[in-house]
Design a protein around this ligand. Structure first.
Ligand code: MN
Length: 283
């Protein structure tokens, strides 16, 4: 199933170039009062809602996808976790270009570890990336994004994929420079998620996905998740060995070679096989 959020408050199922409004399924979610839970309620209850969503699709008239405004597939991610150096070809290009990792020694991911991005940086494809510091180099990084569907506390590699709700395309927009990653990569709009969530039944194996990014029509990044240094199950196990993963948490799995600067007016086209394609404007 391809699940989207659209027009601010609606939940949809994408089939071909059409979207079916299944927002009624949201009514079955528990009603919360303050203090709110520290996870995304939709992803905490998605398995129970699934049948209702399928029923609602049957009774709905669809509307063309290109007439709706797509929001981030996750409304309330508790945390956005990201892998800094997880493709060998990106490590190689960072060794050649000091502007990428600011002359810092580039440690392998098992030593460099993971970092967190502010959840307030998340947008969907209907919003454009707004460059916060135009005087500073700001790069595109296309990545497979994993959305957590079940609480995972020190989960084993073998059990890790059972904690996943699905996958989407992620853009980890990055201002280069000496500041901490959590600051440079956390500006509003610097985490693009979309165009929708492909649930795990659509993607039984996240280690065989082709990903690419074009800038104004020129191919800049092209790779496969088969070349990830730390694969998706290992990343989940690694992350959950430090903090509990909750439904709706997002894990950006790292970017391959070909990162480069973006500027106002650019158009980014990102693709991941099994998920789809998204177009993102830079303003
Ligand atoms: Mn990245």
């Amino acid at each position: 199933m391809f699940l989207c959020r659209f027009n601010d408050t609606h939940l949809g199922v994408v089939r071909g170039d059409q979207v079916f409004d299944v927002s009624e399924a949201i009514d079955a979610l528990p009603q919360y009062r303050y203090p709110l839970p520290g996870y995304d309620p939709l992803f905490a209850h998605l398995p129970q809602l699934r049948e209702r969503i399928e029923e609602l699709v049957l009774g709905q008239r669809s509307q063309p996808l290109n007439e709706v405004k797509l929001e981030s597939p996750v409304a309330n991610p508790g945390k956005v976790i990201a892998a800094p150096v997880n493709y060998q070809d990106h490590i190689d290009e960072a060794h050649k270009d000091a502007g990428i990792h600011h002359n810092a020694a580039i440690a392998p991911i098992d030593q460099a570890g993971l970092f967190l991005k502010a959840s307030s940086s998340v947008i969907g494809t209907s919003e454009s990336i707004r460059i916060r510091h135009p005087g500073r180099r700001t790069d595109h990084e296309v990545e497979l994004a994993v959305v957590i569907g079940a609480k995972a506390d020190r989960v084993s590699r073998e059990d890790a994929l059972a904690c996943v709700a699905g996958y989407c395309i992620g853009l980890d927009i990055t201002m280069r420079g000496p500041e901490d990653r959590s600051m440079r990569k956390s500006s509003d709009t610097y985490t693009v998620l979309g165009p929708w969530l492909a649930t795990t039944d659509e993607i039984p194996d996240p280690s065989v996905l082709e990903l690419s990014l074009s800038l104004n029509g020129d191919l800049r990044q092209k790779s496969s998740t088969s070349t990830l240094i730390m694969d998706v199950p290992s990343l989940i196990a690694f992350a959950s060995s430090f903090y509990t993963l909750m439904p709706g948490d997002v894990l950006l799995t790292g970017t391959p070679a070909g990162v480069g600067p973006i500027k106002s007016g650019d158009i980014l086209t990102s693709r991941i096989s099994g998920i789809g394609e998204m177009t993102t404007l830079v303003s």
